[in-house]
Design a protein around this ligand. Structure first.
Ligand SMILES: Cc1cc2nc3c(=O)[nH]c(=O)nc-3n(C[C@H](O)[C@H](O)[C@H](O)COP(=O)(O)OP(=O)(O)OC[C@H]3O[C@@H](n4cnc5c(N)ncnc54)[C@H](O)[C@@H]3O)c2cc1C
Ligand SMILES: *[C@@H]1O[C@H](CO)[C@@H](O)[C@H](O)[C@H]1NC(C)=O
Ligand SMILES: *[C@@H]1O[C@H](CO)[C@@H](O)[C@H](O)[C@H]1NC(C)=O
Ligand SMILES: *[C@@H]1O[C@H](CO)[C@@H](O)[C@H](O)[C@H]1NC(C)=O
Length: 605
């Protein structure tokens, strides 16, 4: 019943505002008031706990749930953000989240090599700030890393992380609800995270799969035995409503668990014997301390976990010295930052009137279809429909190195109001390439590189915990990352030139991206230029607290996720990934959460 309530309130808002506000304006202005029924405490009920978990994303929520299964342990979960609201339940709202209320508001540093068509030449770097972390705002695509990704992690000395050993944890977290022929060896049916097909699909999804077959690829289960091929998208959603990490793991009412939101951890407390024993945090302007007799588990995500370690004296010696932070442990924190970068600028105008555009979404029959049946385009995260993983000529092993991601929408979908702003696209770029196609049905194919060679770095701006960190994405520093994308663009164009797409009158949007006018549209140098102007970030950042064996000078945590040189401190989130896996990484973070929780249980039981 509570989910139905969640859908009625937006309806009332929409009807009462239909004259003056659009759906998208409402989405962007809707605040985080609703608690969504997770029992919370205003403040911790005690001073001393067995475990303190910092951050409630897929890493932290999973660990919190599993550790609190043991009734003899007292757990405190501290989350800086608020619970997700009704708005987060509605998949289409994903287009309004970057730079909104549930976002930390980070942006990349300028580097003159990327994000040139973004405001201030800076890409936005959205990170969820709420119970559920970034899964309350993300695009909900469910894919796992390639088998070889995990086997390579293990080859690097990370025992227990090979595919055979991690597969059970993927299955443990998954509640696979897609009917049809899927290999049960690869799916879990009783886990916490709902996985389903979108409740809405346009004929372009099927055209995409058929076009793939025309080019000789298989239609596959993207999470099954063969990752290479074409698939309909699988989503972390529950009958058309988002399934976030908090919905999946934190709708629990356990007397040994305190969940406190709006509590921002400022540093980890570490004693003179290099043992973590608690945290300092702030809520409503007041500073507090909380103590953990067993472990502190850091799950604040790739940016903030690295930041918190550095604020606590664990990080590169020279950098901490510069910041005036006493060094407890010299460690390569903040290095090895990896991300999946793609390209926004490959849009196609189509004849079939079915894609996500403002006037259609605002139609009352579409709203009612969502309210009463949770179907239709509002149940879709930005029109995400289908996905392909392919190998380019540059691929070095059996893994795909490029993804093609089909959206039944374009950045013109909402006439420039919020979608493109969340990513930082300037008026100049928008007006040149998207404004002229406003109101036209559009599909977008996002090519994305999945084996990036460039590495970025996160640094502190100062020792003030409220300062945003400095994020050097360093995208395209290795120009191979552009060449792979160029191959992806060529595949995408080849695809839409096949019969399954042609019948819908698909035409490439050939307006030139500002800054690249001197190149002929569609030649290689044009694309290389355009990629640097408007890259797409998938926000799969990871790697800043690298996991590795003791002899790896760049490793910060060991293969059991314990911080080297500090006792009773683990990191359980995307930051520990030594190398970014293929695919959208939330499924991998849930796996890390499940596996990390088991490691902690093994230590203390
Ligand atoms: C716009 C967007 C779209 C995406 N789409 C997809 C997708 O379709 N599929 C997919 O698989 N992945 C997607 N991702 C990526 C995915 O959501 C993340 O990789 C994943 O959520 C990372 O999990 P995490 O636990 O490491 O960190 P997070 O989910 O970021 O969670 C960290 C939590 O810690 C909290 N925190 C941070 N600092 C503090 C502090 N000092 N004190 C207390 N709490 C703190 C944060 O508020 C947050 O709640 C997307 C990301 C974005 C931004
Ligand atoms: C949680 O459990 C306690 C004790 O069983 C009960 O009093 C309380 O109402 C429950 N809270 C919620 C939100 O279900
Ligand atoms: C398609 O699937 C078959 C059977 O699994 C496999 O042998 C073949 O290599 C696949 N083709 C491609 C292009 O991946
Ligand atoms: C960028 O690329 C250059 C040339 O390949 C390399 O020397 C440099 O180390 C790279 N910079 C970073 C920060 O990785």
């Amino acid at each position: 019943m509570k989910d139905i309530r969640g859908i009625f309130i937006p309806l009332i808002l929409l009807i009462s505002n239909s004259e003056c506000a659009s759906f998208f304006d409402l989405l962007s202005s809707y605040g985080p008031e609703d608690s969504y029924d997770i029992p919370r405490k205003t403040l911790p009920s005690k001073n001393d706990y067995d475990f303190i978990v910092v951050g409630a994303g897929p890493g932290g929520a999973t660990v919190t749930n599993r550790l609190s299964e043991n009734k003899n342990w007292n757990i405190l979960l501290l989350e800086a953000g608020q619970p997700e609201g009704i708005i987060n339940q509605i998949p289409l709202s994903t287009i309004a989240f970057p730079a909104g209320d549930y976002d930390w508001g980070y942006r990349l540093q300028t580097d003159g090599k990327s994000c040139l068509g973004m405001v201030d030449e800076r890409c936005t770097w959205p990170r969820g700030k709420s119970l559920g972390g970034t899964t309350t705002i993300n695009t909900m695509v469910y894919t796992r890393g390639n088998k070889l990704d995990f086997d390579k992690w293990a080859d690097m000395g990370n025992y227990g992380w090979d595919f055979k050993n991690v597969l059970p944890y993927f299955k443990k977290s998954e509640k696979f609800r897609i009917p049809g022929i899927f290999d049960p060896a690869y799916h879990g049916y009783n886990g916490n995270v709902d996985v389903e097909y979108p409740q809405w699909r346009t004929p372009f999804a099927t055209a995409f799969l058929e076009a793939g077959q025309t080019l000789g690829y298989n239609i596959t289960d993207v999470n099954g035995a063969d990752q290479i091929g074409f698939s309909y998208i699988q989503l972390t959603s529950d009958q058309g409503a988002r399934c976030s990490a908090s919905k999946a793991y934190l709708r629990i009412n356990r007397s040994n668990l305190d969940i406190v939101t709006g509590a921002r951890v400022l540093r980890i407390l570490i004693n003179s014997r290099n043992q973590a024993y608690g945290v300092e945090y702030e809520k409503n302007g007041i500073k507090y301390k909380a103590y953990a007799s067993k472990e502190v588990v850091l799950s604040a995500g790739t940016i903030d976990s690295a930041k918190l370690l550095m604020l606590s004296g664990i990080g590169p010696r020279d950098h901490l010295n510069q910041m005036g932070i006493p060094v407890i442990k010299d460690a390569k924190v903040g290095y090895n930052l990896q991300e999946h970068i793609g390209f926004w600028g490959l849009s196609f105008v189509v004849d079939l009137p079915v894609t996500i555009i403002l006037k259609r979404i605002s139609d009352s029959s579409i709203l009612l279809d969502y309210i009463f049946h949770r179907k239709g385009p509002i149940s879709s995260p930005a029109g995400a429909e289908a996905i392909a993983f392919m190998k380019t000529k540059y691929s070095e092993d059996s893994r795909p190195d490029v993804e093609l991601f089909l959206l039944a929408a374009g950045l013109n979908a909402d006439n420039g109001r919020v979608f493109r702003k969340g990513y930082g696209i300037t008026d100049k770029v928008y007006d040149a390439i998207y404004k002229p196609i406003e109101g036209r049905d559009t599909i977008t194919i996002l090519p994305v590189g999945h084996n990036p060679k460039s590495r970025g770095r996160i640094l502190l701006k100062s020792k003030d915990p409220y300062d945003k960190p400095i994020i050097n994405g360093n995208f395209f520093n290795n120009t191979m990352d552009i060449e792979v994308l160029l191959e992806g663009i060529k595949y995408a164009i080849e695809l839409v030139n096949t019969e399954p797409f042609k019948k819908y009158g698909v035409q490439i949007n050939s307006l030139k991206v500002p800054g690249c006018e001197k190149f002929e549209f569609g030649c290689d140098d044009y694309w290389r230029c355009a990629i640097r102007q408007i890259p797409l970030m998938e926000n799969h950042e990871c790697g800043t607290i690298k996991m590795g064996p003791k002899n790896d000078p760049n490793a910060v945590v060991d293969p059991e996720l314990r911080v080297y040189g500090i006792d009773y401190l683990r990191v359980v989130d995307a930051s520990v990934m030594p190398v970014i896996p293929v695919g959208h990484i939330t499924a991998d973070v849930y796996m890390i959460g499940e596996k990390g929780a088991d490691m902690i249980k093994y230590t203390w039981q």
